[in-house]
Design a protein around this ligand. Structure first.
Ligand SMILES: *Cc1c(COP(=O)(O)O)cnc(C)c1O
Length: 176
């Protein structure tokens, strides 16, 4: 339903919540930080560099034993330093989420923005690169994390056509 909801789903699907720290960058839209707070985690904002996005050195310095994830942002459509940042996340065994609200359709080294990390989120708000009026999207690397995200955003519904979800006495059984 929105880029903010997409971030919230991403954090939930990765199991990020109370007691966890999530590192993001000081130059972003407030929704990035709001989603971290709503997940019950602690936002940690680090410096940006000449890309206007996360400075990999500043990121490395901010990692603690409580760091569970990083949300990198591609502000103004400019790709963040994904080669360095994704390597740092792998080295420290922490999740990488790409907030691609400004970067939909962009790429780095031929790889679309939003597909470098564990999860990529997009906003289709009216002020963004591509819009549906209001809307968002989440893309996942892993099938397992996708299933968790899908269940989390849809109240745990199974969406199995063999399992009845609702019933209307006038029209009979409705399968969703
Ligand atoms: C707009 C934006 C969001 C939130 O998207 P909404 O669809 O407005 O909820 C998140 N992060 C960034 C960087 C944004 O610019």
């Amino acid at each position: 339903s929105s880029g903010t909801a997409a971030l919230r789903v991403a954090l939930a699907a990765l199991g990020i919540g109370y007691g966890d720290e999530v590192i993001t960058q000081s130059f972003t839209f407030v929704a990035t930080v709001e989603a971290i707070i709503e997940a019950g985690a602690t936002p940690v904002c680090v410096d940006i560099d000449t890309t206007l996005n996360m400075d990999p050195k500043s990121l490395t310095k901010a990692i603690t034993s409580n760091t569970k994830g990083v949300i990198v942002v591609h502000m103004l459509g400019t790709p963040a330093r994904l080669v360095e940042i994704s390597q740092i996340c792998r080295n420290h065994n922490i999740f990488l989420i790409e907030d691609t609200a400004w970067g939909c359709g962009g790429s780095l080294l031929g790889k679309p923005l939003g597909t470098w990390g564990d999860v990529g989120t997009y906003s289709f708000d009216f002020a963004k690169t591509m819009t549906t009026g209001e809307g968002g999207m989440v893309v996942f690397q892993s099938e397992e994390v996708f299933k968790k995200g899908k269940a989390w955003h849809d109240h745990g519904h199974e969406n199995n056509p063999d399992v009845q979800r609702c019933e209307d006495s006038k029209i009979g059984r409705a399968h969703v």
